[in-house]
Every structure is written in C-alpha cells, then in structure tokens.
Design a binder for this molecule. Structure first.
Ligand SMILES: NC(=O)C1=CN([C@@H]2O[C@H](COP(=O)(O)OP(=O)(O)OC[C@H]3O[C@@H](n4cnc5c(N)ncnc54)[C@H](OP(=O)(O)O)[C@@H]3O)[C@@H](O)[C@H]2O)C=CC1
Ligand SMILES: CC(=O)N[C@@H](CCC(=O)OP(=O)(O)O)C(=O)O
Length: 310
C-alpha cells in the first residue's frame, strides 16, 4: 500500500531534507507543488488529499495550515514551535518512553520536537524521572548549533560572508524553546537557556553542567550514566557513550552525527568527582528536525520506525 505525503514548506531547509529522505522510498508518494507552493488553494487541496502532511513552516503559517485541514483522516506532523506544549497534540519524541511512543502511533496531531529540546530533554528527563535531579532544580543549558538551525535566512547570512564566527544569542532569556524544554523534561522551574550559533552549516552540542555535590542525593557520574543507559536501552536512534570512552575524549565535534537520525549522549567528569558535564550530540536537521519527522511519520503510518532513515 502506498501512502500519500504532502510537505508544506517543501523548499525550506527542513522540508528539503525530509523530501530527500522520502524520495528514496517506494512505499510513499509525494504531492509536490513546486512553484505553486505559496498558492493557498493548491496548499488547501494538498493538505486535505494526503494521508499525512508534514508542516515545515514558520509558526504562524503552520497554524494557518492546520486551520485549512478539514479531512479528519489526515495525519499531521508539525515541525514548528506552534504546538509543542499545546493540548490535543502529541509530543513526537518516541524515546521518552513506551507510553509516548504508543501515543504517537495513535495520534493524528504530532508536534515534532525542536532541535535544542531534543538534546536537552534526552539528557535531563531520565535524570528527573529517576529523582537524581529534583523537579524544582535550577538547570542551565548551554548549546551551540550550526547556522542551518536558523533556516534559509540564516544560511544566506552566513554563506554570503560577514557573519561572526560564533554568536551568543537568546540574550533576553526568553527563547521560544524554554517552555518546551521545561515541560517535557519534567522540570517545574524554567531552564536557563544559553544558545549560540557557529559558522558551520549543521550539527549541534547541547550541554547541561551539574554541581553533583549540591544535588540532594549527590549522585555519582556512574549513577547519572546508569540512568541514561537504562532509559535508552533498546533505542535505535539514541545511544549513550560509555564512560571509558568519554574519559578518553579530549574534544567533541558538533558535526559528528550529521546526515543521521541519531543522538549520542555523553557524561563527562571525574568518577568520584563533584561535577559533571552532560552533552548531547545531534544533527539539528537530523534527529533535531527532519529525521525525527520521518521517524514519527513511520510510526503514525504503521511502518517500520526506521524505514528510510540514514
Ligand atoms: N532548521 C532547523 O534546524 C530546524 C527548524 N525547525 C522548524 O521548522 C520550521 C521550518 O524551518 P526551516 O526549514 O529552518 O525554515 P526555512 O526558512 O528554511 O523554510 C521555511 C519554509 O516555509 C515556507 N513558508 C514561509 N512562510 C510561508 C507561508 N506564509 N506560507 C507558505 N509557506 C511559507 C518557505 O517557503 P519558500 O520556499 O517559498 O520561501 C520555506 O519553504 C520552522 O518552524 C522551524 O522553527 C525545527 C527544528 C530544526
Ligand atoms: C541557530 C538557530 O537560530 N536555531 C533556531 C532553532 C531551530 C529549531 O530548533 O527550530 P524550532 O524553533 O522550530 O525548534 C533558534 O534558535 O531559533
């Protein structure tokens, strides 16, 4: 059986990556609008004709697209920030737990996680769930992303020259990912998010520093690592680096998983020491956007979760 898919925003950064992944498959048929992609009537027709639509649009345009869908059978995956904490939408992070995965399978409205939140929630949720980090703990997250994270406009800015080699941003501390990161990690206190963008195209590091001695249970590096290993046991796309491996590492390349739907979690710090640096490595356009969208699509259509993913 062939499923029909429409990518609204097919020529954008996220949309193009999804298109490349789906065009390799013979179990899916794409509705492509080409030069008519901004034509409202053409979009409305495609949005209601497809078995599943993937919205790769700015938030307002995504909301407008959802409002145009009248066919109750259409399944929607939204890559924007519009619905990531909204009622009636399922958060599309299947590795959170078996319940979440099951909800994605049965949902017609899935919000695809943001790139930074994927790294942060991947690191923090299991530790909060295990009681190693209290829900009211003040948590900081530092991160650096390649410039494709800012879509076509930021790509043009960096590739036409003149952009700084590294830029800290989100300086008002009101980044749009904060509610999503806080909610889905299980924390009750808004996280302090400190993002930066570098002069390379794609790939990211998301880091949470922890003073272990200040935490109520003073967890060891081994305990933090053990909680992550247990949480992602059997997960195909999320892995935890071994402590022997991280102890031997002298650096971490943000581009290390580019082109894949994988995320790798690291726990750095001396065993027996009082500090830890938790670091997630992922491709902002892979597990941080397009790869995750295809993974969710496969789950929602009852296909192999891993089909067509690099
Ligand atoms: N880039 C990334 O790493 C990630 C992005 N996201 C999210 O995915 C979404 C898309 O981002 P990204 O691909 O980076 O953005 P881009 O700017 O690269 O692409 C946006 C796309 O949306 C289309 N578009 C914009 N406004 C409208 C409109 N009013 N009606 C119809 N189409 C419109 C554009 O069309 P046209 O081609 O005609 O210009 C373009 O194809 C955003 O919500 C973003 O936050 C999520 C995770 C990671
Ligand atoms: C480098 C850069 O600008 N990155 C984007 C995040 C990209 C992303 O995750 O998109 P969503 O907002 O849809 O989640 C930003 O900080 O806004």
């Amino acid at each position: 059986m062939t499923h029909t898919i429409f990518i609204d925003g097919e020529a954008g950064t996220t949309g193009l990556e999804i298109r490349e992944r789906l065009e390799r498959r013979d179990d899916l048929e794409l509705i492509l609008l080409g030069d008519r992609r901004r034509d409202r009537a053409a979009r409305a027709e495609a949005l209601n004709a497809a078995d599943a639509v993937i919205l790769c649009l700015p938030d307002d345009a995504a909301k407008e697209a959802v409002a145009m869908i009248e066919n109750p059978d259409v399944r929607v995956i939204d890559a924007s920030t519009a619905y990531r904490t909204a009622t009636g939408w399922t958060y599309g992070f299947p590795e959170m737990d078996a319940v979440q995965r099951g909800e994605i399978v049965g949902s017609h409205r899935v919000s695809n996680p943001g790139c930074y939140p994927t790294g942060f929630i991947g690191l923090m949720r299991p530790l909060v769930k295990a009681g190693l980090v209290p829900v009211d703990w003040p948590v900081t997250v530092n991160a650096v992303s390649g410039y494709s994270g800012g879509g076509k406009a930021m790509i043009a800015e960096f590739e036409t020259g003149g952009a700084l080699p590294y830029r800290a941003y989100g300086l008002t501390l009101k980044h749009k990912h904060v509610p999503e990161m806080t909610r889905h990690s299980g924390l009750h206190v808004p996280v302090l998010f400190s993002p930066a963008v570098g002069a390379y195209r794609q790939g990211m590091l998301v880091e949470v520093p922890l003073h272990l001695a200040a935490l109520p249970e003073t967890p060891s590096i081994d305990r933090l690592h053990g909680a992550l290993v247990e949480a992602y046991d059997g997960c195909r796309f999320v892995e935890v680096a071994g402590l022997d491996e991280t102890e031997a590492m002298t650096g971490l390349d943000p581009e290390g998983l580019n082109g894949t739907n994988r995320m790798r979690l690291h726990v750095f710090g001396d065993r027996g020491g009082s500090q830890a640096r938790l670091v997630a490595l992922l491709d902002n356009l892979g597990k941080g956007a397009s790869g995750a969208a295809v993974q969710n699509l496969n789950l929602m259509l009852g296909l192999d979760e891993a089909t067509g993913l690099s």
